[in-house]
Design a protein around this ligand. Structure first.
Ligand code: FES
Length: 198
């Protein structure tokens, strides 16, 4: 990791897999960067798209969401719905000029402590390279906070909620869970609301 910057990373980890993987990595004495602060959620499907935006607005330099592998969610499809929310977060970050690399959603099962370590180490390293939130983006902390707050508010709006529900429905109907397809669906269903973001 870059010695120059020690990033603040906030992680939303699914209770059933990634949280346990992180725990077992600790018990197994696998080393990983101490930058991660964890919020345990029961399933990545619980992730509201406003959470990562608020996390960044409140001091995190990077947000990690860790869940069960596709097809292994304990609530059936929660992680697929999380991909829809994650796609919206990526769209919003891009729209307001924040590096999409500051937000990552990935998977590690409860038995995959070493995989979790690999993922979080690489992510922490990448965020460290980007530097403090705003540096890579050329924005002041005030400007970035205000844009993220606005994006978080938009993410909670009725327009966006309806767009996300429609994107999720289409994803489930087509049974196409590729990130590229989900991203196109979210762009299409939330186009108007995303267009209003500045
Ligand atoms: S229970 Fe782990 S992602 Fe749903």
């Amino acid at each position: 990791m870059s010695a120059e910057y020690n990033p603040h990373i906030l992680g939303f980890l699914c209770n059933w897999c990634c949280y346990t993987a992180a725990d077992s990595a600790g018990v197994g004495r696998y080393q990983y960067p101490p930058n991660l602060r964890v919020i345990r959620i029961m399933c990545t499907g619980r992730l509201d798209p406003s959470f990562p935006l608020e996390g960044l607005a409140n001091g995190a330099d990077g947000i990690f969401v860790g869940g069960c592998h596709p097809g292994e969610c304990h609530y059936q499809d929660g992680n697929y719905h999380a991909l829809v929310s994650a796609s919206l977060v990526h769209e919003m970050l891009e729209k307001i000029g924040i590096s999409k690399e500051r937000f990552l959603i990935d998977w590690a099962s409860a038995a995959e402590g070493p995989n979790f370590v690999k993922i979080i180490t690489a992510f922490t390293q990448r965020v460290a390279e980007l530097g403090p939130l705003g540096k890579a983006e050329g924005k002041s902390p005030e400007e970035i906070r205000s844009q993220l707050a606005q994006a978080a508010e938009a993410a909670r709006s009725r327009k966006i909620r309806i767009g996300l529900i429609n994107a999720s429905r289409e994803m489930m109907k087509k049974r196409d869970f590729s990130r590229t397809t989900i991203s196109s669906m979210v762009q299409e269903k939330c186009a108007k609301a995303l267009g209003e973001l500045v």
